[in-house]
Design a protein around this ligand. Structure first.
Ligand SMILES: Nc1ncnc2c1ncn2[C@@H]1O[C@H](COP(=O)(O)OP(=O)(O)OP(=O)(O)O)[C@@H](O)[C@H]1O
Length: 265
């Protein structure tokens, strides 16, 4: 299996502080990774490196075989090969655009609808992804009027539009109610178990949001990797407690994970 993402001794330094500190990490084709860590740990910084929007201060980052900053690597050719669904993108998308237009514009690497002559094949693809994400009843709704859950599902459909080789999800279940979260976890699970779906990296704050089909976890604290490897080996009470800095018990049941703090004495 080839490397979809490879970080070697990567640091990102801002104002004299390492937001990501000497991180080495590799993601192979077909793997589905979860990044866990407390607020400010460096999760989004890792995702920004993986999306080619941030370059490391030191160390090397290679995405889909292309090393960032190396002569010959063109990030504008690389970016359409990476699907990104996150809050930062949602803020850039026009609120008056319909759900269908929001997904269709991704086929042309744009955020806004410039022209209406999209090809039927693109329209069919957009409709198929929206159906898969349970959005086919909302095709003509304006993006700005969607609920948090509907917005999140639209963004994932949009991220899939360019047929990416790597899919990056930044807290896809944040702000969802219990039903919305469970619906999204089921849909992400179906995507994660699809052998032709892209390699995936998802940032989350909660182990309950890890969908069945995810294979690996990276735990980060204060910019440093505490654990990285297969979920079954690394998502342990010991590692999670070290990561979040308090005693936690993690359990797995029927392909789902839960975590809780131990009572105070
Ligand atoms: N441009 C910057 N200059 C200085 N500090 C920054 C900059 N960008 C981010 N930081 C800091 O770097 C640290 C890591 O940020 P990052 O957004 O990667 O964390 P995170 O793990 O995603 O956090 P959260 O869970 O709160 O979203 C934080 O302390 C943040 O305040």
């Amino acid at each position: 299996m080839s490397d979809v993402l490879e970080l070697v001794d990567v640091s990102v330094v801002r104002e004299g502080r390492a937001l990501v500190d000497q991180v080495s990490w590799s993601v192979k084709e077909g793997e589905r990774w979860v990044i866990l860590g407390p607020n400010g740990a460096g999760k989004t910084t890792l995702l920004n490196l993986a999306s080619s929007y941030l370059f490391p201060s030191t160390g090397t980052v290679s995405i889909l075989g292309e090393q960032l900053g190396k002569p010959g690597t063109d990030v504008f050719e690389l970016r359409p090969r990476i699907g990104v669904a996150g809050i930062a993108l949602a803020e850039k998308l026009p609120k008056r655009q319909t759900v269908l237009q929001t997904v269709l514009t991704a086929a042309y690497g744009m955020t806004a609808a410039w022209h209406e002559d999209y090809e039927d094949v693109d329209r069919d693809r957009a409709l198929a992804f929206l159906d898969r994400l349970g959005m086919n009843e909302h095709l003509d709704r304006r993006f700005g009027t969607l609920s948090e859950g509907e917005r999140k599902r639209t963004l994932i459909a949009r991220a899939l539009m360019t047929d990416p080789e790597l899919l990056l999800l930044d807290e896809p279940a944040a702000g969802l109610d219990l039903g919305g979260r469970e619906d999204l976890v089921r849909r992400l699970g179906r995507l994660a178990r699809d052998p032709i779906a892209p390699s995936m990296i998802m940032v989350t704050h909660h182990v309950e949001e890890i969908a069945p089909g995810f294979t690996h976890v990276l735990m980060i604290r204060q910019g440093q990797v505490l654990a990285a490897g297969p979920l079954e080996l690394e998502l342990t009470s010991r590692n999670l407690s070290r990561c979040f800095g308090l005693p936690l018990v993690v359990e797995q049941q029927d392909d789902r994970w839960t975590a809780r703090g131990l009572p105070m004495r």
